[in-house]
Design a protein around this ligand. Structure first.
Ligand code: HEC
Length: 202
């Protein structure tokens, strides 16, 4: 009997010390509003490796952790486009670039798909410049790809070369934004192929 009373007291002592410890931990965070309180595994917050935006004491790193890539190198998977967003760049791309993909049903079907998703809301399913956004008056001044519509950069829309269309997808033009981030180079060329199909509509 005596033994069991002692055991009960022991349990109470353990419980009481646990409560004191727990409240000490909880309230230690309340002292200072800026304090993060008791932190567990602090080195998870401060890793040993330098973050890319941190200064770096290594002398060959010239003070910064993120290094500028060596000249004349491109990251893996980087798609370079050498024509600048100027009138000259547009003309040069228009003269030099040719569609690297063969015009076949499969490529045209893919081009049609991307055109429907990314271009038709403005340019219309048939490329007549009467897309949904034109009908609800959100945008205007979209030239048709066919007929005798003219480009604001000169010439007839139906005569735009593959390179000029590709260049337009890369940079956009006035109210049309660039679509380079939405479409991969391959997808762009397939859209170009489909636009050239729409140019033939009488
Ligand atoms: C937000 C509406 C909008 C979307 C989306 C859009 N365009 Fe345009 N696009 C325009 C407008 C507006 C113009 C006329 C710009 C000007 O001449 O000022 C234009 C012009 C063009 C031209 C003529 C360029 C020239 O040299 O005159 C081409 C080609 C073209 N768009 C292709 C595309 C393709 C391909 C897509 C889809 C990848 C697309 N556009 C998506 C609004 C859009």
């Amino acid at each position: 009997m005596k033994g069991s009373i002692l055991a009960m007291n022991k349990n109470k002592v353990v419980l009481a010390s646990f409560c004191i410890l727990a409240s000490a931990v909880i309230f230690s965070a309340c002292r200072d509003k800026q304090s993060t309180g008791l932190e567990y595994a602090r080195n998870m917050y401060d890793p040993l490796a330098y973050n890319p935006d941190q200064p770096n004491p290594n002398p060959s790193f010239k003070g910064q952790t993120a290094q500028t890539p060596p000249a004349h190198t491109t990251p893996v998977g980087f798609d370079s486009y050498e024509y600048p967003n100027t009138k000259e760049g547009y003309e040069a791309a228009g003269a030099a670039l040719v569609n690297p993909f063969p015009a076949n049903e499969k490529n045209l079907a893919a081009g049609k798909h991307y055109f429907t998703v990314f271009c038709a809301p403005c340019h219309g399913e048939k490329g007549d410049g009467q897309g949904h956004l034109v009908k609800i008056e959100k945008i205007s001044g979209i030239p048709s790809y066919h007929g005798d519509a003219t480009s604001s950069r000169g010439g007839n829309m139906k005569d735009l070369t593959a390179g000029k269309i590709y260049h337009t997808i890369m940079y956009g033009l006035n109210n049309m934004g660039s679509h380079a981030s939405q479409l991969s180079p391959e997808e762009r060329w397939k859209v170009v192929m489909y636009v050239q199909q729409l140019q033939k509509i009488q």
